[in-house]
Write a protein that binds this ligand. Structure first.
Ligand code: GLU
Length: 394
């Protein structure tokens, strides 16, 4: 008899990973699917990082690493925080984990109690709500729309706060919208939070380097927020290292200590070879990865211009990350090739089956009017995908 826990039974499957698996299955069946569902750079990890990993293998890095990360890796992270974010974190405030996803899960598991509320400005990355629920807390969603560049206002934040609010998760540049909160916008949101000293903030800055000219502001650099903010970052996106699984936090020392304890029971220290490569990645000047950011910017311009030509697509111009999040709700209630489109999931499945392009429904990100399209793909694929979407809808 198969009896699983309520915990796993009530956990939704990760929509991003599920769509990627679906696209992979279709490809295995010989269907030429263009995968624009997963947020994964299509570049190779730069050689200077790979060389550091090869050296680590040869230097016999094969033992357990310290649970919270090697000291010299934490020193590189400390320097990175100072250099890029003007944030001062001591080594005991830093924890290295197996990807930023684990960093976020650690923080939620150590801060949240049953019944606590976690505020998620929508659209939000799919796993924030699942991880909050796993931590027995309740996600409280603040809606937004394309008309306001997918950003929430201080009034909306104030209205969402209750006596049970424990945490809010910010993400800028945002996955899935690509929007970036300005320093002024973040300071206005912080002025609301100043009135509620028991609320903690996760600032997920994993896309910080993937921005097209808009400066990225770290929430913890607001003086009154520093003691309450956990800054999350990782190597996956900016360094094309998704599979290496390295994430990290800078946090108040008591939170870092608790994450260390949690991780010590669940996974132990992050992969030792990937950690050695982290030093090379973070110590290098940001200009070493600029060629990827420039390429993403070209692709952003390309995909925005192509999607604008498809009737019924409402699209904004994202300033960062590598996603576009068009509003396709004008199709709801209409029939395409005899298939009734009722919602974003229907739409996303329709273009998977008819245009052979994999995207992710906005439902999973807390916005049921949109779909997420990743443009971390070659210009050739982007052009082909947009043509196929356009043709299938016409
Ligand atoms: N963060 C990426 C995405 O949103 C990777 C997949 C995942 O972990 O959700 O596509």
């Amino acid at each position: 008899m198969e009896i699983l826990s309520n915990r796993i039974n009530s956990l939704p499957v990760s929509a991003t990973l599920a769509m990627a698996a679906k696209a992979r299955n279709l490809k295995e069946k010989g269907i030429d699917v263009i995968g624009l569902s997963l947020g994964e750079p299509d570049f190779n990890t730069p050689d200077f990082i790979k060389d550091a990993a090869i050296k680590a293998v040869k230097d016999n890095y094969n033992s357990y690493s310290p649970v919270d990360g090697y000291i010299d890796v934490k020193k590189s992270i400390k320097n990175k925080f100072k250099r890029d974010n003007n944030l001062d974190y001591d080594l005991n405030q830093i924890v290295v984990s197996t990807g930023a996803k684990q960093s976020i899960a650690n923080v939620c598991m150590v801060l949240l109690n049953p019944g606590d509320e976690v505020i998620l400005p929508a659209p939000y990355w799919v796993s924030y709500s699942a991880i909050s629920t796993l931590s027995e807390a309740k996600p409280i969603i603040i809606p937004s729309s394309i008309d306001v560049d997918f950003k929430i206002t201080p009034n909306q934040l104030e209205d969402a706060i209750s006596s049970k609010t424990k945490l809010i998760i910010f993400n800028s540049p945002n996955n899935p919208s690509g929007s970036i909160y300005t320093e002024k916008e973040y300071r206005e949101l912080a002025s609301v939070l100043k009135k509620h000293p028991n609320i903690y903030i996760i600032s997920d800055e994993i896309y910080e380097h993937i921005n097209y000219g808009s400066p990225v502001f770290s929430f913890a650099s607001i003086k009154e927020m520093y003691e309450r903010t956990i800054t999350v970052n990782g190597l996956a996106k900016a360094f094309a290292m998704t599979g290496w699984r390295i994430g990290y936090i800078g946090a108040p020392s008591w939170i870092a200590k608790a994450c260390n304890k949690m991780q010590g029971q669940i996974t132990s220290g992050a992969n030792c070879i990937a950690q050695r490569a982290t030093i090379a990645a973070l110590d290098a000047p940001v200009r070493n990865i600029k060629f990827m950011i420039d390429e993403f910017e070209n692709r952003r311009d390309l995909i925005v211009s192509l999607l604008k030509k498809i009737s019924g697509f409402k699209i904004n111009k994202p300033n960062g990350a590598f996603y576009v999040f068009p509003d396709i709700s004008s199709y709801f209630g209409k029939k395409c090739k005899n298939k009734l489109i009722n919602n974003a999931t229907d739409f996303s499945l329709f273009i998977l089956e008819n245009a052979h392009v994999a995207t992710v429904s906005g439902d999973a990100f807390g916005n049921p009017n949109c779909i997420r399209i990743s443009y971390a793909a070659s210009a050739k694929q982007i052009i082909k995908a947009c043509n196929q979407i356009k043709n299938s809808l016409e």
